[in-house]
Design a protein around this ligand. Sequence first.
Ligand SMILES: [Zn+2]
Length: 865
Amino acid sequence: MTRLMLFAGVMLAGALCGCSESQPMADRDAAPDVPAAGVPLTLAQDRAGRVSDLRYELHVTIPDAVTTPVRGTVTVRFQLSDASRALALDFAGPAASVRDVRAQGTAVSPTVRDEHVVFPASALRRGANELTLSFDSNDLALNRNPEFMFTLFVPARARLAFPCFDQPNLKARYQLTLDAPAGWETIANGAEQKRTTEGSSIRRTFAETRPIPTYLFAFAAGRFSVETAERGGRQLRMLHRETDAQKVARNRDTIFDLHAAALAWLEEYTAIPYPFEKFDFLLVPSFQFGGMEHPGSIFYNASSLFLDPSATTNQKLGRASLIAHETAHMWFGDLVTMRWFDDVWMKEVFANFMAAKIVNPTFPEINHELRFLYSHYPAAYDVDRTEGTNAIRQRLDNLNEAGSLYGAIIYQKAPVVMRQLEMIVTPDGLRDGLREYLKQHAFANASWPDLIALLDRRTPEDLAAWSRAWVEEAGRPTIVTERTEGGGVSFRQQDPIAPRGLLWAQRLKVALGNGSATELQDVALRAEPATAVAGTENAAGRYDYVLPTGGGIGYGDFVLDSRTRDYLIAHLADISVPLTRGAALVTLWEEMLDGRVAPPALFTTLRAALPRERDELSIQRMLGYTQQLFWKFLSDEERRRDVAALEGLLRRGLDTASTQSTKSAWFNALRDVALTGETVGWLERVWKTTETVPGLTLAEPDFITLALELAVRELPDWRQVLEAQATRIQNPDRKAQFEFVRPALAADVATRDGFFTSLRDVKNRGRETWVLQGLGYLHHPLRAPSTEKHIGASLELLREIQRTGDIFFPKRWMDATLSGHQSASAALVVSDFLKGLPKEYPERLRRVILSSADDLMRTRRIRER
Ligand SMILES: [Zn+2]
């Protein structure tokens, strides 16, 4: 599974309600064995210990009209080792629809309650069991559209569609029969075996699958076009809904080639042939994720694979990486699956890790080390430096909370940790260990400790201790550089969480630099309270700077020695190696946040470095930091003093940028910070199209953003700007979003307050990206004094936001609420709220607040110093 920004949510908390209201089949008090709603860990453990050799025979009927329910019958066959107790199936579909229930061929009346169908011990027997049920599905996991539907059962949503044991470590063989309207194509995990006509629909029977977990079972049906190709003796099939024949023709061969190349690479790396029977994939319009790795039936977001001729190198790299990622899952996640969703990060990190190895060498023009640094470290630090951080491996008591595991620690920190693991056990050692792991657990389940135990034998280092610090615990080490009197240099690590005293073993690639010359030196920090030393005695004294992150590897909060700090602040742009320069930049940002570099000093450094920077990745990163400094960490006075100079710098950058994408980055930064009459006036002329930006083509979304940015600056004619923009918008979706956001931009406070009040109603929060955009402008730094009063109400709403919204919404809601504020009074509202929290307040939600409020609290500490 790959995260698609802003559309990645799967667990609609509200989605699970309303399914277990009616309980027609049993008396509530007569059922002491009904487990709690969701899939509790205790239930999963009990079933995994009792149930084996599991098979589902599933017959599903998909009607023509989306208003008619999807119906089905399932026969579950398995061996049961202990029939002395009741046994629960999971089912979060309409409870009243469960009918014709049989156990061992005899009609029974199970208890249907709390998202479970519970069979009493009297209906079960030791050894072979056969349970049969008919049911209506809940549409929430079926993604039904007038012309197509597709299932999406990750992490535990199969139970919405049919009764099953919805846990990853009860792998089963599925035999699916699907009745779908005539004219619809279908795709499933198994190959189609038989097709017959049944009235107005077509009945298809698919081959029984190999053992897979419920979250990987999938099917789709609809008006799809089918492309086929043969690669390496294997038949590949692609289903899609694209109507532009040229677009299909332009992309199809590349898409097939990329899959074939990934398959061949993985067969070689794992020494295991592709483990499933066939290889098909479906391109879904507006799919929730980038892709989902159902074996034999991968689902992709269509727009990630069908590229336009104008696609940038980055988009092409993104497509190749996505295909390699999902293909790698066939081994990592599908063949060997985590036992429980607390290890979901493992399959994601391995898929990414393999994808990078497969794809990166085919894009030699990209600085992959620098790209890895920028795309992982800052985002991981954004959470890991805060009090709200969490461990990579988190305890999970019920699968209905699995959605809250996803975030920067899994997607950004875990890959950093995996790279370290490879350095410890060596690339060949890791490959051999993984081969053994896959072979040992094929078509079964394994956990992180299983892999660590296996790799531990291949290295003299204590991997269990390493894993405890990096994977099982939250946070990062503080690593202090000290130059010793004899001219040496040492690195001393500390656990910032005082009583814990954790030590993180890691390899550093330390950059020792003099002017533009840099050399890298390997230093091992071990999990013992010793200091590591770099450079020969009396050597380090010669260096202008000692940068422990210089090789782009080290992870932590690095406290530089003062000579290095002073040098980097004055000479960042002089560092000639792009990776070391990027690492220095990221490290200086952390130094600023910790109060060791003053915000105006770093602001000056960035202004000096930006005009000299040639690397597009670094330009974008520097512009991002500049904007954050400007709005979050400079005082009003400092901002007013420096804005004209900053605007001039950005304008020159825009004029001299050589590519469309860099021009766009400079223009966006300028639009974001513009405050002087001159620049705002110029932006208004650009918006009116009476002036153009040479070399930059602005599209409708750009003009919309421009109009919003002009309005928030309260031009005298802000009303007309918004009105004119509303009439200019052609695309109906964008028009609707614009109208939704518009009241948040009003210059009169009452209208803006009305916008916030409307968000209290869940009906007005359905389009989460719209809500976040409106909330962002409501709390824009220029409006902060008048909107501070809404922070308290926003915090109060957070529990409801979590209950009713998608998995990433609570964090984004808090980020949007707090990002524009830096006042002491705003900080006080948050800290008072945290102090007053009741004991039963959800811990994960408290951490969300701590993490979102971190910049605000730091601004206060820096200011008060
Ligand atoms: Zn994935």
